[in-house]
Every structure is written in C-alpha cells, then in structure tokens.
Ligand binder design. Structure first.
Ligand code: KG4
Ligand code: ZN
Length: 353
C-alpha cells in the first residue's frame, strides 16, 4: 500500500509518499518528499505570522502535492493529513485539500497528530524502535517526552510548562539581534564561543518533585526562566558597555552567550531524557523534531547513549524539521490499526496525543 501524507500545521507546506515494504522490522519506504518552506516570509517578522502562513499554504499546496506525486507515484491508497496541534487556519488548508483529494480518488482519509509524525520519522528512517523506548520531541512548538512500549502507543511523561526549547532558541536569537529562525544560527555561533562564559541557571525541579518520581509533571520542562536570564544578562552588559540602541554586543560576547545558553538547554534536555530512560528501564532513546538538528544535542546524546549502552535514534536533517514523510508514516500506522478519519474531520489547535 502507498499513502500520501500532507502537512501544513505551521510554516512548511509538505507532501510525501510512503510505501509499505512488507518487512516487519523496517515497515516503510519513502518514495518522495517535497517541502516548501515559508521561512523567508516570516523572517521579516521575527516569527511565524498565522494569517500569512495560512495564505501561503493555499498558494503552495497544489504544486507541492503535484510534485510529490510526480516524483513518487501517481496512485495511492489513502491520504494522511496533520489535524493538529498547530495553527488552525494553516491546518485547515491541509485538511480541506486532503479531504477533497481523498474523496475524489475514493480512498480513505487518515488523521495524524503532528507529534506522532515526529516520533514515526524515527521508524521510517531506522525501522521499528528497540522497545521500550523514551523519545523526546523537541521543536519550535513542543518539548515533550514520551514512553513507547508498543509500536504506535505513546505515553506522555512530561512536557514544557511554558516555552518550547526551539521557541527559546528563536526568542534568544531575536533578543541578540541574530535573525530567524534562531536555532541554526545559535547552533553555529555557539561552536565558536565559551560555553562556561556566562553561568545561566539550569531550570530546576523542586525538592518535592525530586522525591516523587511518579508525580504528574515530574518530567516537565521550563525554558522561559532561562530566556529571561539571557534577557537580563544582555541588558546588564549593554548598560555596562554603554551601548546605543542599535549597537550590537561585541562578536565574541554574543558567541559566548550562545554557547552558554545552548549548554544549559542541551544539558536540561539530555538529563531529563536519560533520567527517564533509566527510571523506566528503556532499551533505546529517540530524539525528534526541529531542535534534534542541533549539533551539540546530537553529540552529547550520542556520547551519553554510548556510555549507558542505549540505542540512539536521531532523524537525518531532512526528517528532523517539519515534513510530510513523517505524516505519511504515522498515517500508515493508523490505517493499519483501522483508525480512519471521518469526512467531518476538523483542525484541533491543541490536539492531545
Ligand atoms: O519541527 P520544526 O521544524 O517545527 C515545529 O514543529 O516547531 O522545528 C522548528 C524549530 C525552530 O524553533 C528552530 O529554531 C529549531 O527547530 N531548530 C534548531 C536547529 N534547527 C532548527 N534549534 C536548535 N539547533 C538547531 N540546529
Ligand atoms: Zn514539528
């Protein structure tokens, strides 16, 4: 069977075709994947503007789906589409398109949760995970930790209480005047900085949290305090250097701030991830979502996994940021589980997994 995936939850219009292989260990094969990024449109505003996003999806979706079909296969057996979470206006473009196409081709419609997509991108690339697995989905909109004991069953262990990690990257880059999206820029500058130069505090669990491992929220994250620490540090430094409004901080100082900020983010993510893996007796660890492209996160996770002897799954760069291959993959999983969507499928801004 071949499934067409469609993704429009944020600022990428994407379509992809995935085929079943018949091999239980490596169940899916990517036939084509097309992504039209809107990043150049939103860059000017320093973040994603929902209304502009929805309008651009409308302009791009026909061409993107056509190309995916041309490069992959003109026939397919089902259409999978992201129904949430995400920007409602943007999601609705993908959902309406998917419904029309599925209806006109007389094939079923499958609804996919965006984060299930990020998780299944690991399976698409590496085959079925060694279970039980702990997977961290870390992107511009999400920082969530899942336990997987059965393929396709995702148990939420913790998530961010405020900003997502990618959002913190984007906001810190903005306050340093570095541009958008901030993640890749900070990643690059951090490599040239001293990660101990600024002692930003690590977001901490309370004493009560530490002593009650099964408590809900025990494995939650919080990044808005760290962002505020960076903001305060920058304001203090600008004042001591007596900088004018448009003057940037010295180059090396910006690199040091990037490196110090990144060290705290990565250590926080890795600590929580490996702590959960040990607590739940996991055999493997996965990291997915846009921030999984981060070079330090990948490196530190690789080192820690090698020491603790976990299998580590990380997507290739093309599958780490938003794409439709992951939506098609998660769609095949749901299709095979008999979970088809009805024709009144609607967008859900804060859909639960
Ligand atoms: O998964 P994604 O494409 O979209 C969402 O679902 O949010 O993730 C985008 C996020 C942005 O916040 C971006 O700054 C971040 O991923 N990102 C990175 C890197 N590349 C992208 N963050 C840190 N380091 C990177 N190399
Ligand atoms: Zn995403």
């Amino acid at each position: 069977m071949i499934i067409l995936g469609i993704e429009t939850s944020c600022d990428e219009t994407a379509a992809a075709l995935v085929a079943e292989t018949g091999d239980a260990a490596r169940p899916w094969r990517l036939l084509s994947s097309v992504v039209a990024s809107q990043v150049d449109i939103h860059r000017e505003w320093g973040g994603v503007v929902p209304e502009l996003s929805a309008r651009q999806h409308i302009r791009d979706i026909c061409g993107v789906v056509e190309r995916a079909l041309e490069e992959g296969s003109s026939s397919f057996d089902a259409v999978a589409v992201t129904a949430g979470p995400g920007l409602v206006g943007s999601l609705l473009v993908g959902i309406s398109f998917a419904k029309s196409l599925a209806w006109s081709r007389s094939v079923p419609l499958v609804s996919v949760h965006h984060l299930a997509g990020h998780i299944e991108s690991l399976v698409l690339e590496h085959g079925e995970l060694d279970l039980p697995a702990i997977v961290l989905v870390v992107s511009g909109g999400h920082t969530s930790l899942y336990r997987i004991q059965q393929p396709g069953a995702y148990e939420l262990l913790g998530r961010t209480r405020d900003d997502a990690a990618g959002e913190a990257y984007d906001k810190v880059a903005k306050l340093l005047g570095l541009g958008y999206p901030g993640g890749p820029i900070i990643d690059r500058l951090a490599a040239m900085g001293d990660d101990r130069a600024v002692p930003f505090p690590k977001p901490r669990l309370t004493h009560a949290d530490r002593n009650a491992p099964a408590l809900p929220g025990r494995r939650d994250f919080s990044f808005s305090g760290l962002k505020t620490s960076v903001l305060r540090h920058v304001a203090t430094r600008r004042e001591s250097l007596d900088l004018g409004q448009g003057d940037p901080l010295p180059d090396q100082e910006i690199k040091n701030i990037c490196a110090s900020f990144q060290r705290v983010v990565v250590e926080t993510l890795i600590d929580r991830l490996f702590d959960a893996a040990r607590w739940y007796g996991a055999r493997s660890i996965g990291i997915a979502g846009g921030v999984s492209a981060n070079s330090r996160l990948r490196e530190d996770a690789r080192d820690r996994a090698a020491v603790r002897e976990y299998r580590l799954y990380v997507p290739s760069l093309a599958l780490s940021t938003d794409n439709a291959a992951m939506i098609a993959a998660a769609g095949v999983r749901r299709y095979r589980a008999g979970q088809l969507a009805s024709w009144d499928l609607n967008a859900e801004a804060s859909m639960r997994l």
